[in-house]
Write a protein that binds this ligand. Structure first.
Ligand code: TRP
Length: 331
């Protein structure tokens, strides 16, 4: 057996509602799988959630629910940490120090800030410096790998950049983290517009499947998924984005290859194929839903408390190195 220490992975999720099938197959299922090979820290980023309008009365329920979903889909607090960002003051403290190294010009290029303000969110300083806090999340824990979606690549580049600036100025404190997009992460598209990514849209509930949806809802949604009029099941994202998306979903849920599925379903017509896809999704999500229902909020709080305590302990040691490097001494 090798005694090499495991590499550390860190990722964060905002406490915003039930994840959909795209979040699950694209990200969270991998978070659970990665636990066997990596030292994993997962953080519910409530301080980030405050950068856009939110209701204080709803935040606690959202934090607990997000943790409950993550535990249900297999995050194991015996092996990994799962806590909320605000429990560990090191996140905000390190963000301040990193902000002194962050050129405004870099932040001015952030597409997510532009997207959010264009979408009508008020432009506050926190929203603008969002990437600095995200860099602090990752660097606080000296993460090597960061499982993130494509939309976070730019923020990860900023994280690497600010880590290098810090190391050049103050000495080698931070490992330079890398984005990590596991091969098994599926790219799930909208069921009503398969050229766009699946997202939570209240105006288009039929576009997505929540991971806690009832089997009948799942079946209905897949059955009504937009496809095309050529009746052959084959993979072609240009000509047949709807069918390709369903193939992708089924492959991810069954761990079978797309070729293998095409061979079985090519000529059987869309009806039976869609039914098979729906059953695969129902089967994949059933244990998550059962585990979610079995968990009590009190148990979830206990996990957060304990993980938060461990994360705080770790961070205090790490932050001492940072303070020493920047010339701040404790008394
Ligand atoms: N910005 C990420 C998102 O919206 C969430 C996040 C915050 C994060 N801090 C992080 C992701 C650190 C990875 C690592 O998805």
């Amino acid at each position: 057996m090798s005694s090499e220490p495991k590499q550390r992975i860190f990722s964060g999720v905002q406490p915003t509602g039930q994840p959909h099938l795209g979040n699950y197959l694209g990200a969270f299922r991998n978070w659970a799988r990665l636990q066997s090979d990596y030292d994993a820290i997962y953080c519910i980023v409530d301080l980030h959630a405050m950068t856009v309008e939110y209701n204080p009365a709803d935040l606690e329920a959202a934090r607990i629910d997000t943790a409950r979903v993550l535990l249900a889909l297999g995050i194991d607090p015996e092996r990994s940490l799962l806590y909320t960002q605000s429990q560990v003051s090191g996140h905000a403290e390190l963000a301040w120090i990193l902000s002194t190294l962050m050129p405004m010009g870099v932040l001015n290029r952030m597409t997510q800030f532009k997207d959010k303000t264009t979408a009508g969110h008020a432009s506050n300083l926190g929203l603008y410096s969002y990437p600095v806090l995200m860099a602090a999340d990752i660097l606080l824990h000296r993460a090597n790998l960061v499982p993130v979606g494509d939309d976070q690549r730019q923020h990860l580049e900023v994280t690497r950049d600010v880590a290098e600036r810090f190391n050049n100025r103050f000495g080698e404190v931070f490992p330079i983290p890398e984005a990590y997009i596991p091969e098994t992460s599926a790219r799930v598209m909208s069921l009503t517009d398969p050229t766009a990514k699946m997202s939570k849209s209240h105006s288009q509930p039929k576009a997505s499947i929540s991971i806690l949806d009832d089997p009948d809802v799942i079946r209905k949604r897949i059955k009504s998924a937009v496809t095309d009029s050529d009746p052959v099941v084959r993979y072609d994202t240009q000509a047949k984005p709807g069918i390709s998306n369903l193939l992708e979903i089924m492959a991810a849920c069954t761990d079978r290859s797309i070729d293998d599925l095409v061979e079985e379903y090519a000529d059987g017509g869309y009806g039976p194929f869609k039914m098979a896809v729906a059953e695969a999704v129902v089967e994949e999500l059933a244990p998550v839903k059962a585990a979610y229902n079995a968990l009590k909020n009190g148990d979830v709080r206990e996990v957060l408390r304990e993980s938060g305590r461990k994360a705080r302990e770790l961070s205090v040691g790490y932050q001492a190195e940072v303070y020493k490097a920047v010339g701040i001494k404790g008394y």
